[in-house]
Design a binder for this molecule. Structure first.
Ligand code: URA
Length: 186
């Protein structure tokens, strides 16, 4: 089975997931995409309003900023895989709870074990803390770190979440500067 076929099969399971109550209030699951045949995976927090409506990760305001940043470094969204810690939208975009993260991240684990990326770019603290618990994004953003995770050798590159950049000018400046260093890192 190809990587694409494996991801499509997994997407069906993710879409039917009822391991936490979020599926009840969400319109649909947002498994991630578009390209699982990639070395680079971006991981955000959870779907927001537009992602929940369209089933596509990062297609609202944060996604608009992410697309602008990807454009700046000539990285095509079609050449990477973008997904989230949670696959269903939390009501009112509240933070994911520890129980939701525990219930949902086995899907992320399966995705990464199928894709076997070389570079994982985390957007925000929830994605960062999935790989390295108890570290602060304010202290670690923009610092690439080699890690071994589930027998995969990954380069982890922690970035601020685009939504945090939209809320705070100095965070946005850090996010842009860190983003511009991606080509040198990959
Ligand atoms: N924020 C996220 O973390 N993920 C999305 O897909 C959209 C907004």
């Amino acid at each position: 089975m190809s990587v694409q076929e494996k991801i499509e099969k997994l997407n069906e399971k993710i879409s039917a997931c009822q391991k936490c109550p979020l599926y009840k209030s969400a319109t649909q699951a947002v498994p991630g995409g578009p390209n699982p045949d990639t070395d680079i995976v971006f991981i955000g927090e959870a779907p927001g309003h537009w992602e929940d409506q369209k089933g596509i990760p990062f297609c609202g305001r944060s996604g608009n900023l992410l697309d602008k940043l990807l454009n700046k470094i000539n990285l095509d969204r079609n050449d990477i895989f973008i997904c989230n810690i949670l696959k269903h939208r939390p009501p009112d975009n509240r933070d994911p709870t520890p129980e939701e993260i525990e219930a949902c991240t086995p899907w992320l684990k399966e995705q990464l074990l199928i894709i076997e990326p070389k570079i994982v770019i985390t957007l925000g603290r929830f994605a960062l803390n999935y790989f390295i618990p108890n570290v602060y994004i304010s202290k670690t953003h923009g610092q690439p770190k080699k890690i071994t995770w589930q027998d995969l050798n990954l380069l982890l590159y922690p970035l601020y979440h685009p939504a945090a950049g939209l809320r705070n000018g100095s965070v946005k400046e850090d996010l842009v500067n860190d983003f511009l260093r991606i080509p040198a890192i990959i």
